[in-house]
Ligand binder design. Structure first.
Ligand SMILES: Nc1nc2c(c(=O)[nH]1)N[C@H]1C(S)=C(S)[C@@H](COP(=O)(O)O)O[C@H]1N2
Ligand SMILES: [Mo]
Length: 223
């Protein structure tokens, strides 16, 4: 062992430590109620568990017939694509199980979703380097914004089924966004356009006093 080996070894150990801490930090985003992440407290602060699934919206539930549904991707992407429901459902399917946390204080565990993952969509449309924000537009005029980072999470999807059944109209069928790590107002029902942008654009509730992000573990309810 030469004297030079020691600093080298220390350097290696340090890198290893940093890497594992980084991984913990990433997993720590998992203070997120992901069932697989093994939280001691699965229920975020201020939430109450419910078994049913309440319906919340602006009071208008657009009747989007499957044959009329369209999803468009616009803004800062290499490939601004659009799909019919038939085309969308032909994309690689994705299934996930996640908890729902609504800002109105109810949470519902173990929701089984089926749809298209955000990852798949991102691979297809390829956001341009300047894209940092995503704005969802829905058939009822609702909008909501998230960071591209939040949208890129592994558990995010555009869901067309819940508990093995087509997503009902009241819950946003034919297709809604599901972003399990954020309060449910970020999960646009009846989604019809996904806009990528360099600039953030607060959505319907975000301009009305809701937090711009919405992490249930930090109680980011109102701004
Ligand atoms: N298009 C649309 N999406 C929406 C809303 C809405 O009014 N319109 N409300 C949001 C809010 S505030 C909540 S709490 C959830 C409710 O979803 P749910 O009715 O399926 O429980 O949808 C979110 N997505
Ligand atoms: Mo809400």
């Amino acid at each position: 062992m030469s004297g030079d080996d020691k600093p080298f070894l220390l350097g290696q150990i340090k890198d290893k430590l940093i890497r594992s801490k980084q991984q913990w930090a990433e997993a720590g985003r998992a203070i997120t109620g992901r069932p697989d992440m093994g939280h001691v407290n699965r229920l975020p602060p201020g939430q109450k568990l419910t078994a049913n699934w309440p319906v919340l919206d602006l009071g208008v539930q657009p009747d989007v017939k499957p044959q009329n549904w369209r999803l468009r991707v616009t803004g800062a992407v290499e490939h601004p694509l659009h799909w019919t429901l038939e085309e969308f459902r032909a994309l690689p399917p994705f299934e996930s199980v996640s908890d729902i946390h609504c800002v109105t204080t109810w949470s519902r565990y173990d929701n089984h979703w089926q749809g298209v993952s955000a990852k798949t969509l991102l691979d297809l449309v390829k956001p341009r380097p300047e894209a940092k924000h995503v704005i969802f537009h829905a058939y009822d005029g609702y909008t909501t914004n998230v960071s591209l980072k939040a949208f890129s999470d592994d558990n995010v999807l555009l869901a067309w089924a819940w508990e093995g059944q087509p997503l009902t109209r009241e819950h946003g069928g034919p297709v809604r966004v599901v972003i399990p790590d954020w309060y449910l107002w970020k999960s646009a029902k009846w989604v019809t356009r996904i806009h990528f942008s360099a600039e953030d654009k607060p959505g319907f509730w975000e301009v009305r006093g809701y937090h711009n992000e919405g992490d249930p573990w930090k109680e980011e309810r109102y701004s």
